[in-house]
Ligand binder design. Sequence first.
Ligand code: ADP
Length: 472
Amino acid sequence: MRNSLLWKLTLAFMLVAIITAGLVAVFIRLTSVERLTRLIIDQQRSSLKTALIEYYTKNKSWDGLPAAWEEIRTHISPQPPTPPPQENDPFRNNPDGGPHPPNMRPAFFGFADANGKIIISVSTNSPAGSDAPSQAVQEGTPVTLDGVVIGTILESPFKPRFNPAENMFLNRTNDALMLGVAGAMLLALFLGILLARTLIRPIQALTRASQNIANGDLEQEVVVNSKDEIGQLAEAFNTMSREVARVNNLRRRMTADIAHDLRTPLTVIAGYVESMQDGILQPTPARLAIIYTEIERLQNLVGDLRMLSQVDAGELPLNLQIIHPHDLLEKALACFVPQAEMKGISVSITCPDKIPDIQVDEARMMQVFGNLLSNALRYTESGGAISLTAETDGGKVILTVRDNGAGISDEDLPNIFDRLYRGDKSRTQSGESGLGLAIAKGLILAHGGTIWAESVLGEYSAFHIVLPAHYN
Ligand code: ADP
């Protein structure tokens, strides 16, 4: 459980939520206390000012103010009863140094008359009757009556004590914050699990599908509806799984086909040799020639398979030469002209003069064209035509072998380059290995080119070889 992604993701979401909510709570708590304190001070100062003006208007002097001060102060802000001083009570010690018993705690606001003489003290260093320090008067709040300054409210370094209503407000703010934090955590837990589950479900499906592949069930389809990275991963996985299954089927079919292709000539050879051993047949030159033909077929098949395995392993040695496309096409066609004439098929080469050279292994290219041309001759009726063309496209040279023969069905077309694929399915009679196009493709790929076919059944087939142009 501890190693599961669900657990890790949920924990990460929770942590982020707790840290964020905690920070927000602390920040709000700090700023709300500070703001509330400032608000209370401003309110109390303003009320005190009004009360002092009233007092002065009534008495025409400040005489008797110390006696009335407690009443004024209680009036402007009803104070809670002063608790006994605690060890950590910030009010315990006067910032000026001397300790104050609770009942002698300095007033939160002091007061000096118009001459700066202290009437109500805020500090033991400046007792009542002494002159207020000029800085304290400057920082204080002037009390004016008809535009004339009649005194100054002095600020105390102490913070005000909160009355019950204010304390209740602070406590409620705290409770609300705690509730908010708890709510945010619960929401984070819920959303975290939800999101983690949404993320993890396709990953679990992919894991199951991969395990099935590992157990030999190759064709797996993972259903993922999202288009995000996980969706793309699932799509790539499905494509891979389809391809693995396809290649595996191909391999199975190829093994079966090779076994079949080997068995046919071996059965013929074994039959003849056994009959000769038993004296049923005489080893005449004609019979030996049949045996030899079958041996040649076996040799060709083994040679083709060996070449394909070399191409697959990238171990096919290439003897690259620079050659003009026209020369290559001419050489390729030369061997097939007699056969074409015999079958009544016309052949032609079309190649523009201004075409770049190509760099190829001539012998390997002869093999490629040999396969393409022998197919073209086989699948084209008498009176048909085979054309070889070369053209240039950007930095590429395209060589095409085209015939107007049988054509290839849409069903066969995507598979003809597969190993041992035969469109006509009558391998034994055709005498062809079904490796011709696979070998052609392997050789062209080894040259850094591509080969593809287009065809319309009953009309034509065209095989295009695209090779990089060689510029001097
Ligand atoms: P094969 O040895 O059977 O010719 P290839 O690999 O050369 O094997 O060709 C594979 C299949 O492609 C053939 O069996 C045939 O069905 C089809 N094919 C190839 N070339 C042509 C063509 N020129 N016209 C029609 N079909 C073709």
